[in-house]
Design a protein around this ligand. Structure first.
Ligand code: GLV
Length: 387
């Protein structure tokens, strides 16, 4: 068995073992992919400040996110089509997250349904929603999430329309994959994946097929978003959704300090500084660059989380030291899943925790809560001088 030492190892295996259309779906940004690249490149510009001869015994990465105890402040982000990266992928990822002690967020665009994931886990998970035109479907979706015991609702606010990802169009992305000479030849090379898929019935968008009306092609992410997503989404609607849910709400997809202030006024429990992994507005600032201004604006009044670009424990450390109270990984866990199923997700979490813990110790800290800007060396021009 391959020796896995970092997320990149899992990524290589994921690429080898999963059909191209699904690997590409995960590993894409929109349009020129500038923001997608900046998300990781900008993390690399920040350096860590080493401190020596500091007692590093009794360390802990434990924290809380929206009041829930977590083994480390790293949640699994909602990722569409996770159940196409490996059979029953959302169930496997949720189980790995539960055993590890970090939150799992189920995407509306999942393959396994809310009920499927609830039936195979014992602790509450989080549920992510887009704002949809069909109010009735939306209500039923929230009711289903409540009935399944979901402990927080993550509302995505940056995707009423889909930023184009060129590879998805070229590959003819769909769930299940359409059988063409090319897709069949590709799938035939991924025997593990194929065996898994033959052994499961979960090959459709489980929260949608059989639940939503008026969707002409429920296998296509792009046609479903174009038909079903609510272009009229505004802050009033966000407030309505919060009231409809009645529990904890996390607003995901903010990059602007004014928007963060508005989110605060709407009464969210947390916000996620995110550019959707570089998959929406190409040309937007990387999340790690956008984070400090938002922390400065609202960080003392609301929990600020961040995602987009995290591929290591060092990245988590940098985000926390920049003021985030929680982080999310998407691709990093999907690489684990595509590489090795549930064990791969566990491996991804272990890799990240070990990197976080070791780097924290070498920075002279014993608790993630003590991390701060004093641990970082940030280039003077990092925030940028934007007119
Ligand atoms: C969905 O949220 C996607 O980014 O594909």
């Amino acid at each position: 068995m391959a020796v896995i030492t970092c997320i990149d190892d899992l990524k290589r295996l994921h690429r080898r073992r999963t059909p191209k259309m699904f690997y590409d779906y995960a590993e894409s940004g929109s349009y020129t992919e500038q923001t997608f690249r900046d998300n990781t490149a900008d993390f690399a510009h920040i350096r860590l400040r080493q401190k020596v001869a500091v007692d590093m015994s009794n360390r802990s990465t434990a924290a809380t996110m929206v009041g829930e105890a977590v083994a480390m402040p790293v949640a699994l982000a909602p990722v569409g089509l996770t159940g196409m990266q490996a059979a029953d992928g959302e169930i496997k990822a949720a189980r790995a997250a539960e055993a590890f002690g970090v939150p799992f967020t189920l995407s509306t665009m999942s393959i396994c349904s809310i009920e499927d994931v609830a039936a195979h886990t014992t602790k509450p998970f989080w549920f992510q929603v887009y704002t949809l035109k069909d109010d009735d479907f939306m209500r039923r979706l929230l009711d289903r999430a409540k009935a399944a015991g979901c402990s927080a609702l993550v509302i995505t606010v940056d995707l009423q329309i889909l930023g184009q990802r060129h590879k998805d169009l070229k590959n003819g992305l769909s769930a299940p994959p359409k059988l063409t000479a090319r897709s069949v030849a590709d799938m035939a090379m991924r025997w593990r994946w194929g065996l898994g898929m033959l052994g499961t019935k979960r090959r459709f968008f489980g929260n949608i097929v059989g639940h939503a009306k008026g969707v002409t092609d429920p296998s296509s992410l792009s046609s479903w978003t174009a038909e079903a997503f609510d272009l009229t989404l505004d802050w009033k609607r966000v407030a309505q959704l919060r009231a409809m849910w009645g529990g904890k709400v996390i607003l995901k997809g903010l990059l602007d300090a004014d928007d963060a202030r508005t989110a605060l006024a709407v009464g969210a429990d947390a916000i996620v500084v995110s550019n959707h992994g570089g998959r929406q507005l190409d040309g937007a600032l990387s999340s790690i660059r956008a984070l400090p201004a938002i922390v400065d604006a609202v960080g003392d009044q609301i929990e600020v989380h961040m995602d987009s670009g995290i591929r290591s424990g060092q990245d988590v450390l940098k985000a926390l030291a920049m003021g985030a109270k929680g982080t999310y990984i998407g691709r990093a866990f999907v690489h684990g899943l595509g590489a090795m199923g549930e064990a791969g997700v566990t491996k991804a979490l272990e890799v990240i925790r070990k990197e976080l813990d070791t780097s924290m110790a070498l920075c002279g800290e014993r608790n993630v809560s003590a991390l701060g800007r004093h641990n970082l060396l940030v280039p003077k021009d990092f925030a940028g001088d934007w007119a």
